[in-house]
Design a protein around this ligand. Structure first.
Ligand SMILES: Nc1nc2c(ncn2[C@@H]2O[C@H](COP(=O)(O)OP(=O)(O)O)[C@@H](O)[C@H]2O)c(=O)[nH]1
Ligand SMILES: [Mg+2]
Length: 293
């Protein structure tokens, strides 16, 4: 360090840097060091080291912000804790067939009755379609008292399915169309009329129905792989259109997402196995290899 020939201000800033905890403290100390570092031939190495540290710090900070934004977005979606790749809410009047449809899609056996209080609380279940887990929420029937809560659940989901009773289908459809304009705006809604679009008593048509529902979701599926291993095509990670690398890590584990550094992607990238950042937007069918710090 003798050849550096720096003044006391430089060493004081260096001391502050090594004790700094926050981004702001570290950055301020590095800026001070840069200012007080002598500019001569012998100090070139030190100067570029300081600049490198500043670049790395800024990058780290950006990644942190992208991650925070992603987790803030998912925190507001916790109305009914999401599980699986996507969430679908069933909506409809009493006896339209919500619970029967829910049972058919999820394999659950919830009571389906004629009482207006049949389904008292939202009930989550899982639908499996081509190795993809989709969460379905059965809901209490639509009334003036429940509608605020029901639309809040539906807003929070990737898709709302409105189940129409055959005896009143057109009126119900018109009613929900107008409600959608107020409460759901651009959100996706699929109208299904029982006994016309499907019949839960016909097991053979169940897969057709799941396919139709999955199509209406408009999601992408990506596959993960470990370094030097083959992709696991049996466990797709389902993301909304526009999903990024950080979302994949988040789906695997919260802690995992924190340690994420970069990924390699096969499919949508220019080169196979190209290195991308955590905010890289994925496409349907991409294979993703996550790398930690
Ligand atoms: N034939 C036929 N009947 C159905 C179907 N879905 C529901 N139902 C009948 O419609 C009635 C109301 O169904 P339920 O699922 O309890 O309606 P919810 O009030 O919307 O949950 C029940 O008697 C069901 O057996 C269907 O796909 N086909
Ligand atoms: Mg019900």
């Amino acid at each position: 360090m003798a050849s550096l020939n720096a003044g006391p201000e430089y060493y004081a800033a260096e001391g502050r840097y090594s004790n700094a905890k926050t981004y702001e403290e570290k950055m301020a100390a590095l800026e001070e060091m840069l200012r007080h570092c002598p500019k001569h031939k012998g100090s070139q190495g030190i100067l570029s080291e300081i600049r490198d540290k500043m670049v790395r710090l800024r990058k780290e900070r950006n990644r942190e912000e992208v991650r925070k934004k992603a987790s803030r977005a998912s925190a507001t979606k916790e109305f009914i804790r999401k599980q699986g790749g996507a969430q679908i809410a069933l909506l409809g009047f009493v006896n339209s067939g919500k619970t029967a449809l829910f049972n058919a899609l999820t394999g659950k056996h919830c009571a389906s009755t004629h009482s207006p209080f049949e389904t008292a609380v939202p009930e989550p279940g899982m639908m499996e379609y081509e190795h993809t887990q989709v969460q379905i929420i059965d809901t209490p029937s639509f009334t003036d008292a429940t509608h605020g809560r029901l639309f809040a659940i539906a807003r929070n989901a990737e898709l709302a399915i409105v189940v129409l009773s055959p005896e009143n289908a057109e009126e119900e459809r018109t009613f929900f169309e107008s409600m959608k304009n107020v409460y759901l705006k651009e959100r996706r809604v699929l109208f299904l009329e029982r006994e016309r679009d499907y019949d839960v008593r016909n097991a053979a048509s169940a897969n057709e129905l799941k396919k139709r529902i999955y199509g209406a979701l408009d999601v992408i599926r990506v596959f993960t792989k470990a370094p030097r291993a083959k992709p696991d095509y049996t466990k797709p990670v389902v993301l909304p259109q526009g999903g990024v690398v950080a979302d994949v890590a988040e789906r695997i584990h919260k802690e995992f997402a924190k340690g994420l550094k970069y990924a390699r992607v096969w499919g949508s990238t220019k080169f196979a196995g190209q290195q991308v950042g955590t905010d890289y937007k994925l496409k349907d069918g991409d294979v993703v290899e996550l790398h930690l710090k």
